[in-house]
Design a binder for this molecule. Sequence first.
Ligand SMILES: NC(=O)c1ccc[n+]([C@@H]2O[C@H](COP(=O)([O-])OP(=O)(O)OC[C@H]3O[C@@H](n4cnc5c(N)ncnc54)[C@H](O)[C@@H]3O)[C@@H](O)[C@H]2O)c1
Length: 320
Amino acid sequence: MRKRFSKLLITGGAGFIGSEFVRRAVREKYQTCVVDKLTYAGDLRRLKEVKGKYIFYKTDICSRKQIFKIFEKERPDAVIHFAAESHVDRSIKNATPFMRTNVIGTQMLLDASLKYGVKKFVHISTDEVYGEIKKGKFTENSAFRPNSPYSVSKAAADMLALAYFRTYGLPVVVARPSNNYGPWQYPEKLIPVAIKSVLAGKPVPVYAKGQNVREWLYVSDCCDAIFLILDKGKIGHAYNIGSGEERPNISTVKEILKLLKKGHDFIKFVKDRPGHDFRYSLDTRKIKKELNWKAKTKFSLGIKKTVFWYLKNIHWLKSF
Ligand SMILES: NC(=O)c1ccc[n+]([C@@H]2O[C@H](COP(=O)([O-])OP(=O)(O)OC[C@H]3O[C@@H](n4cnc5c(N)ncnc54)[C@H](O)[C@@H]3O)[C@@H](O)[C@H]2O)c1
């Protein structure tokens, strides 16, 4: 397929999802620039297979001066903006870095993209902007009712990005993925926490009774969708990205225990997260119809691949 863009600037490319996107962009021969502050969540080991094949800037997206300098030098055709503070529990303890990076940082990138005439700005948002839903599914037109400081900061960034389209005509498209899982996820999120705990012989902490429901999306399927959005997503539009595979957290943990041949005595119920969203669920008819995307990886296969990846890369898991 002929590429519509040759030079990509990818923020947060040393993170979990961003690194999957960068590895693939390099393999697909895009000129690839990565901007990442390397917070606790950023790790260049995720990019070792493409080492030397991308340009790297260790930069805070909130630094207007640095960001403008990078855009001046690189003149990217398209920006794919993953960089964020991404963990809900941390946002509950301290919202400041979330408002700073997720809102102000996004604004800096939008301003630089306007000034340097970026041809497409793909903003990575989240299903959490819609808040929780007991029954039914969120469409792209559902109201935003975010509940955690994290999801509020992401909702603000999502709206800001679309406001730059409406107000200034910046060619913005928004992606709203559900919960991702797969190799290289930092062990603070449910699936790698569960695997790490079991491998250390420790119980797996599960909030409340584990009934909260998440829609699990394998990270490479998410990146397939983001590449399609980059290529063909309509300017000024948002696209939900979900797998349709909803599971209560307890069943996700039990699946991991089964794969690691451990019993349910490894489950430890802990006090619920304050304001914990009960369920997220996305209507994905738009991306299926317009971009011909659908998740390829069934949870039963994705979780196997993930557990085996962590077993093979146990040194990485234990290094945190
Ligand atoms: N992981 C999920 O399940 C999920 C689901 C939906 C949406 N998202 C969104 O996808 C994006 C990527 O998520 P992830 O799970 O890969 O996150 P992550 O926490 O693994 O990675 C975030 C990356 O951003 C970098 N970063 C943080 N602050 C920065 C700053 N000020 N300047 C420059 N770089 C900075 C970090 O160093 C890290 O490499 C985020 O925008 C997140 O909100 C994630």
